[in-house]
Design a protein around this ligand. Structure first.
Ligand SMILES: NC(=O)c1ccc[n+]([C@@H]2O[C@H](COP(=O)([O-])OP(=O)(O)OC[C@H]3O[C@@H](n4cnc5c(N)ncnc54)[C@H](O)[C@@H]3O)[C@@H](O)[C@H]2O)c1
Length: 355
């Protein structure tokens, strides 16, 4: 006797939130989280930020400080007690809390892998128990070395378990599988946004994020260090467009699938990025190529290309991020210049580095 396979967990059949409602943003004091919080408040949501400030900063929320409708809790969402209490009176949770950065991953692979897995597990459980919808942020890292453009239905390819990079990718992929399992078993309303390279003001450069690192080097007149030949390509999306895309996804009446790529499809090589940074900053810095093995442990692979297919995003939201690279780079330069002035005491200390 043949048995048919169980049906795949349905994609959310109703919007995760029908209109402005009570949203929790985990990781809301981080780079993307803080822009998302600004967007949600501007759209009339009440927002509860939960952040352990491990990499995030309360200064990132300076523009919305004191806003009615904003609550901030400092603590870890890996704590089931805290996660449960903040989700008690929420309608939707945007889960962004995570540990990111390739340099950090190379340095502390265990911490990065465990932290990403644990917080997602706890948030999904707390949301399922309380009937709170979830927009989970995942990463293009799950595609690994797969063929481009990356399509959501393709198998994930995090790589060998003897390599380091796959740990982060696997934790993100496991979060996605947990989301699907919750949807199937408990009817959790959940969608997954697979984020591609997101850049803009407030991104920390310390852990290998390429654009803020290039901009800081250029503004200081130091060599702009390109790892390898710089032929590897990435698609860079402006963080404000990504934040808007996440809000629109949460309100979309018809998601074409549970998992949706979020980012820009405008492809740039890292060498070209360095050139644009030098031009836009009018810096005299030179480009210096650094062999990959001098920066990363052996076995650490940098995928040559990473390009999203954005058909699902277009179908769900009716638009896709498309800010030109030069305008994004100009925004980051303005932000970093303002921050450098504050550091040197050339601006009033209350001035926030404006995007
Ligand atoms: N920036 C990108 O290009 C990119 C690409 C793909 C995926 N993502 C995903 O987007 C999310 C946000 O990334 P980001 O670039 O804004 O990084 P970020 O480091 O600026 O933000 C992460 C935030 O989470 C907080 N956090 C970490 N662990 C926590 C915990 N246990 N409890 C509460 N808060 C915690 C940090 O303090 C920080 O504020 C992450 O989940 C990341 O995996 C980002």
């Amino acid at each position: 006797m043949t048995r048919s396979l169980p049906p795949r967990a349905e994609v959310p059949s109703a919007p995760l939130c029908a209109g402005p409602c009570r949203a929790v943003v985990t990781g809301g004091a981080g780079f993307i989280g803080s822009h998302l919080v600004e967007r949600l408040l501007a759209d009339g949501f009440r927002v509860h930020v939960v952040d352990d400030l491990s990499t995030g900063k309360l200064e990132n929320l300076q523009s919305v400080h004191g806003a009615s409708g904003l609550t901030v809790t400092v603590g870890s969402v890996a704590s089931p007690k805290l996660a449960g209490s903040v989700l008690e009176d929420a309608d939707v949770v945007f889960h962004l809390a995570g540990v990111v950065g390739v340099r950090r991953l190379a340095r502390e692979p265990l911490d990065v892998t465990q932290a990403n897995l644990r917080s997602t597990e706890v948030i999904l459980e707390a949301a399922a128990a309380r009937g709170v919808s979830v927009l989970l942020t995942s990463s293009s890292e799950v595609y690994g070395d797969g063929p481009v453009p990356f399509v959501e239905t393709a198998p994930v390819m995090p790589g060998s378990t003897e390599g380091l990079r796959g740990g982060y990718a696997c934790a993100k992929a496991m979060g996605e599988w947990l989301a699907t399992a919750h949807a199937e078993q408990s009817g959790l309303q959940v969608a997954v946004a697979r984020l591609f390279n997101t850049v803009g003001p407030r991104q920390a450069g310390e852990d290998g994020m390429v654009l803020p690192r290039f901009v800081r080097q250029a503004l200081r007149g130091e060599p702009v260090t390109v790892y390898g030949q710089g032929r590897q390509t990435r698609c860079f999306a402006h963080v404000r467009e990504v934040a808007r895309a996440l809000v629109d996804l949460s309100r979309s009446a018809s998601l074409p699938g549970r998992v949706i790529n979020v980012g820009s499809a405008l492809e740039t090589s890292v060498a070209d990025l360095a050139r644009v940074v030098l031009e836009c900053s009018e810096s005299d810095s030179v480009v210096q190529r650094v062999p990959f093995h001098e920066v990363f442990p052996s076995g650490f692979v940098d995928p040559p290309r990473r390009v999203p297919c954005l058909r699902r995003l277009q179908s769900a939201n009716g638009w896709v991020p498309s800010a030109p690279l030069r305008s994004i780079v100009a925004d980051v330069i303005a932000y970093e210049r303002a921050g450098a002035m504050v550091d040197r005491g050339e601006a009033s200390s209350s001035a926030s580095p404006a995007p």
